[in-house]
Design a protein around this ligand. Structure first.
Ligand SMILES: C[S@@+](CC[C@H](N)C(=O)[O-])C[C@H]1O[C@@H](n2cnc3c(N)ncnc32)[C@H](O)[C@@H]1O
Length: 284
């Protein structure tokens, strides 16, 4: 019967040949998942034999990764802001960079406290951002929107998993909303249509186009959100948007043209790349 270490080594080599940039780690994560262990426990069990059912399940998982399917879809979850969220191929896998958006909202509310802030997250996908905001901001009520029924089903399950209550609204951005919010947060699709074919295979083939495609110039959601949002913001309300690293100037220009916001502020991520933009509704 094959032993754990040999199986891991073979799977690592196979995934490396298939082009995974993290072959050995992938093999360990998938094997730990199949065996119901923490990854670290594998090291103490190198001579453990695998039975047929374990081996079959591991082979299936490795075969999926061999086609460069993201690990998060194979194991069905992803960590965001130190919590686990369910994901499937109907939602974008939450990215570590997006934690900056959450951090900015939290630090803004620390600097300018609002009692029981009402927050809208547009384009919620898995719900990771909206649910994190409910959990991290005391007294916050969060409304989460997405146009995809399947994505909202995942977000609802994630809310249940973390035992929080949110208002979920299915619709095209602001459609179906009839109230005003203190803050509007969004990580909308922002890849230019022609750029999608240049994304890594694991993104291009597996993550939903609906979550990626930002129109011809990648800016179509920003245009709509920035033009429409002020009608859904309370006086002095604010908008936090994730942006692509090269989009800060264009998004800032859009905001200035609308003429109802104070000068935009751009935030950089840990890699020093422009990653989020902040707009405050001016007191007109
Ligand atoms: C980039 S993903 C962001 C997901 C999640 N908020 C995150 O940061 O991980 C964008 C999301 O926008 C949704 N979406 C696309 N077009 C939309 C629209 N017109 N109105 C609302 N949501 C939309 C997609 O279904 C997808 O879930």
């Amino acid at each position: 019967m094959a032993q754990l270490l040999t199986i891991l080594q073979k799977a690592g080599e196979f995934l490396h040949e298939k082009g995974s940039p993290s072959a050995r780690l992938d093999a360990e994560v998938l094997l730990a998942e199949v065996l119901g262990m923490q990854r670290i426990e594998l090291y103490a069990n190198y001579d453990r034999p695998l039975d047929k059912s374990e081996l079959d399940r591991f082979r299936q998982a490795v075969a999926r990764r061999g086609k460069l399917e993201p690990i998060a879809y194979i194991i069905g979850r992803k960590e965001f802001y130190s919590r686990e969220f369910e994901v499937n191929e109907k939602v974008l896998i939450p990215r570590p960079e997006t934690e900056l958006l959450v951090e900015k909202v939290i630090s803004y509310l620390k600097a300018f406290p609002i009692e029981k802030p009402e927050i809208l997250e547009l384009c919620t996908g898995s719900g990771a951002v909206a649910i994190t905001l409910v959990l991290e901001i005391e007294g916050a009520t969060v409304t989460a929107n997405d146009i995809s029924t399947e994505a909202l089903a995942v977000a609802r399950r994630n809310a249940k998993l973390h035992q929080v209550s949110l208002d979920f609204i299915e619709g095209d951005l602001f459609s179906g909303l009839n109230k005003k919010f203190d803050l509007i947060v969004a990580n909308p699709p922002y890849i230019a249509t022609s750029e999608i074919e240049n994304l890594p295979q694991s993104v291009r083939f597996y993550e939903p186009k609906l979550a990626l495609d930002g129109g011809e110039d990648g800016l179509s959601y920003y245009k709509r959100i920035i033009t429409e949002a002020y009608r859904y913001l309370k006086d002095l309300g604010a908008i936090f948007l994730e942006i692509g690293e090269s989009q800060a100037k264009e998004v800032a220009t859009l905001a200035q043209k609308v003429g109802v916001y104070s000068p935009p502020m751009v935030a950089k991520d840990l890699a020093g790349k422009n990653r989020a933009i902040f707009l405050k509704r001016a007191n007109l």
